[in-house]
Design a protein around this ligand. Structure first.
Ligand code: FMN
Length: 413
């Protein structure tokens, strides 16, 4: 019986353990987690979601406070058109977050950054371009473009000196999305270095509609693989979403995937950015607690624990401080908030049912997004005398994927 360790992911001169840890915003996949994975010989991701906010937390900068100060006069206004990010500050925050992480990197693996296109930041093109260029400036080894079609993203950095040397990949959930991307970027003569095929059991936002349950990762991966072969395109495929054991991973590697991208198993590791009490919520979750809903203002369905504080919360939009999902001065949460306020003008505790203020709740770790198999996390550890579950190290989980046989899961000592 084969183990993950019998396979290798070849990226140019790098020979890697074929395990990639997915980017989990906002700072759930921390620099510490990505660095540990790189030390172990895999590929770790940080995420640049809400990067000024993350930089403030990591480096005691004041990007959020300063932005709020600039736009405080607009807080009660539902029109957020004037609330913009300072592109110089955004670049600085990104260079800090990425640069400091790269400086600390040790070992044979790689550190990539996950960039969500759907963080439109009231100036989608400009802000994404700044984030991508600053990440390349700061020495990131690869960029994974996620959440959004990214049809113009490669062109935003085509004049950057590292455009052809850094690894660039995209996340897709269908062959059609990949075909569109390749058609749109053909003139650049630059294929993605890898394609993450993300199925419907992943955490975070899903690249499917609410009919997600009708799709399955193995089928989509096989379809994309067959098409690439027909077109004689040699792009490594990385399967993601619901790969819970080493045996699951081997199944994909034997069928031609170059690597797997995994995340859920790492949400309860010491290095993960979620607060300790939230990690216990992930452990405790039953299958019935995990839902896919349409609360995200991005328009993509999102998977989360159904009792997380973000659901039903009616806080005032915080766009002057955050505003990462603004587009044309609006966000679907603003619309939902003012609609709820109009319907309940006298209420003291407003509840907004249609959407959630994702910026605020991700920032506060109150939106507990998770993968479908989160309910199996309790089976990967031991129960302590106080009733809590024992946290694992990233090394333990990584090595379990790498060396376990079949569906076995190694419990901690
Ligand atoms: C808590 C959590 C947050 C996530 N956030 C993001 C994100 O910000 N961007 C992204 O591209 N994918 C995100 N994902 C998806 C993962 O990167 C990954 O592709 C997927 O969850 C892998 O499946 P698994 O969790 O079943 O292992 C997130 C996943 C989890 C569990």
């Amino acid at each position: 019986m084969k183990r993950v360790d019998d396979f290798r992911l070849q990226f140019g001169r790098h020979e890697l353990v074929p395990i990639m840890i997915g980017g989990m915003g906002v700072d759930i996949s921390t620099a510490a987690l990505a660095l540990e994975v790189a030390r172990l010989g895999g590929v770790g991701h940080i995420s640049d979601a809400m990067v000024p906010t993350v930089a403030d937390r990591r480096f005691k900068t004041h990007y959020v406070r300063d932005k709020l100060k600039r736009y405080k006069h607009n807080v009660a206004n539902s029109d957020k058109s004037e609330v913009k990010f300072d592109l110089g500050e955004l670049a600085e925050a990104q260079r800090l977050h990425v640069g400091r992480t790269m400086e600390a990197k040790r070992g044979p693996g790689l550190v990539f950054v996950n960039c969500m296109e759907k963080l439109t930041m009231n100036a989608p093109r400009e802000t994404l371009q700044v984030r991508l260029k600053a990440a390349l400036d700061a020495g990131v080894e690869g960029i994974t473009l996620s959440a959004g079609l990214h049809l113009g993203s490669f062109a935003l950095i085509e004049d950057h000196p590292r455009f052809r040397d850094a690894k660039l990949g995209i996340i897709v959930s269908s062959l059609r999305a990949l075909q569109l991307f390749l058609r749109k970027t053909a003139r650049l003569q630059r294929l993605p270095d890898y394609v993450v095929v993300e199925g419907p059991l992943a955490g975070g936002h899903l690249g499917f509609g609410m009919d997600w349950a009708q799709y399955d990762l193995a089928t989509i991966t096989a379809e994309i693989q067959a098409w690439l072969k027909k077109e004689e395109l040699n792009i490594p495929l990385i399967a993601a979403g619901g790969i819970f054991t080493g045996g699951d991973a081997v199944g994909f590697l034997e069928n031609g995937a170059a690597a797997v991208q995994v995340s859920t198993r790492f949400t309860i590791t010491e290095e993960c950015g979620l607060p300790a009490d939230v990690k216990q919520e992930y452990f405790k979750a039953g299958e019935e607690d995990i839902v896919v809903n349409t609360l995200s203002p991005t328009g993509y369905p999102m998977r989360m624990l159904k009792h997380c504080p973000a659901i039903g919360s009616g806080i005032r939009p915080n766009c002057e401080a955050f505003g990462y999902l603004l587009e044309g001065g609006n966000c679907a949460y603003i619309t939902a908030y003012y609609k709820a306020l109009e319907a309940n003008p006298d209420t003291k505790t407003l509840s907004v049912e249609d959407k959630t203020c994702l910026c605020t709740h991700m920032r506060n770790f109150d939106c507990w997004t998770c993968g479908h198999y989160t309910y199996r996390l309790k089976d990967t550890t031991r129960r302590l005398a106080d009733g809590n579950y024992q946290l694992l190290t990233a090394e333990h989980v990584f090595r379990d994927y790498q060396f376990s046989n079949g569906q076995q899961i190694a419990l901690p000592d």
